[in-house]
Design a protein around this ligand. Structure first.
Ligand SMILES: *Cc1c(COP(=O)(O)O)cnc(C)c1O
Length: 398
């Protein structure tokens, strides 16, 4: 590929951007993206060094905050999310931390969905609170509850949609209207959908965060994350990262660059397989209920059709019975990995009540619908028939 700066990319579709955009080859003319392993950069002259440091001349300075391989990943992901700018980070949690600490001040108030990723909940409840930033947790699907939680100091709405593990949907456009009416920002963790299935910025959100560790890598190799939005909002986020250093490693950036190249195909295949498994489970006599944002039976099917192009890889279901019936399914699998991760080509089976949500009190867990008979699946790319056979082992005969 030649220099992308000379290409008219405005008409490119996501599939083309994900493969072709953002990488500027070195003088060697390599076809594959190079990993540049260096911590620092040299200058032609004292004047050039001064110009780089003052920002008068764009270019690399020091790999904590300017790195060509990381920048290529940032440009490619930004193009896919429709963002002016991306800031890559060392993990998904580093993305959320960097975004919040870059944009919030002591005394600010946050409204956050109750059903966010566990570490995200702990970050808002136990860590941001130590710096004078208080958070009110509300039901993701109840727009009125978000409205009612607003205080004069509310600066940020934070949500994840679909929620994990119950696959509830937050109304991104509706929540943006509520937040923007009081000049609050809306930040969406788009990890479960990726830009291939959902584009929060196009729905009105101000900031997107990612754990690249999940689907962007897609093969369970590396930790990384990103924050995306307008140049104006990313300036303080980048400034905070530059100073504090939760930066992405060049090697990980290279993995994620290559991951983006197959993201569209993988998300399509993940979604097709997950839908087929969800439909099969829904018809299974040993299954009580199935939660998947692609099933016609999903109570928010209309909203789903408006903001996602398909359901993604993750679903959950309740087996008839309790913990022992759920554990029987989990212990019987021979292909699914018994793990708490998600977003891998390898399928994963999880018992949320005793793992991801094990530290939540029983009352809170039940209020959130995380019952003992609930199983979460992250559907990978193995053969669909093999996956059904594997789940059927512990579910008893049809
Ligand atoms: C895994 C995950 C994170 C955290 O990402 P790390 O890369 O593990 O730090 C944040 N949000 C969601 C939805 C996740 O699944």
């Amino acid at each position: 590929m030649s220099n992308n700066l000379e290409q008219d990319v405005s008409q490119w579709s996501d599939e083309t951007l994900a493969i072709r955009y953002g990488y500027h080859p070195t003088q060697e003319g390599e076809h594959g993206e190079a990993i540049i392993l260096t911590s620092s950069f040299v200058y032609d002259s004292a004047a050039q060094a001064a110009a780089r440091f003052s920002g008068a001349e764009p270019g690399n300075i020091y790999s904590r905050f300017t790195h060509p391989t990381v920048a290529a990943f940032e440009r490619r992901l930004a193009a896919l999310e429709g963002a002016e700018m991306a800031v890559a980070t060392s993990s998904g949690m580093a993305a959320i931390m960097t975004a919040c600490l870059g944009l919030l001040n002591a005394g600010d108030h946050v409204v956050c969905s109750r059903s966010v990723f566990g570490a995200t909940q702990v970050f808002f409840a136990n860590h941001l609170s130590r710096f004078g930033i208080q958070t009110t947790f509300v039901d993701l699907t109840n727009n009125q509850a978000w409205q009612d939680a607003i205080q004069p100091t509310t600066r940020l709405f934070f949500l994840e949609t679909p929620s994990n593990p119950l696959m509830e949907i937050g109304d991104i456009a509706g929540l943006c209207a509520i937040a923007h009416a009081v000049d609050a920002l809306v930040m969406v963790d788009n990890c479960l959908m990726t830009p291939m299935l959902q584009k929060p910025l196009a729905l009105g959100a101000d900031i997107v965060t990612h754990s690249a560790t999940k689907f962007i890598d897609g093969q369970g190799r590396a930790l990384g994350g990103a924050v995306l939005g307008s140049k104006a909002l990313m300036a303080p986020v980048y400034g905070f990262l530059r100073t504090t250093g939760a930066s992405m490693s060049p090697f990980n950036a290279w993995i994620f660059l290559k991951g983006l190249e197959t993201l569209s195909l993988r998300m399509k295949a993940h979604s097709e397989q997950a839908l087929a498994i969800a439909q099969w489970l829904e018809a299974h006599p040993a299954v009580e209920s199935v939660f998947y944002p692609g099933l016609a039976s999903h109570p928010q099917a209309e909203l789903i059709a408006k903001q996602q192009t398909s359901g993604g890889a993750v679903l959950s279901f309740r087996v008839a019975g309790g913990r022992s019936e759920a554990w029987k399914v989990i212990d019987a699998v021979q292909i699914f990995s018994r793990s708490a991760n998600l977003g891998d080509v390898k399928s994963i089976i999880t018992h949320p009540a005793t793992t991801t949500h094990g530290r939540v009190s029983e009352a809170d867990r039940l209020a959130a619908g995380i019952t003992e008979n609930l199983i979460r699946l992250s559907i990978g790319l193995e053969s669909l028939d093999d996956l059904k056979t594997d789940l059927a082992r512990g579910l008893g005969n049809e």
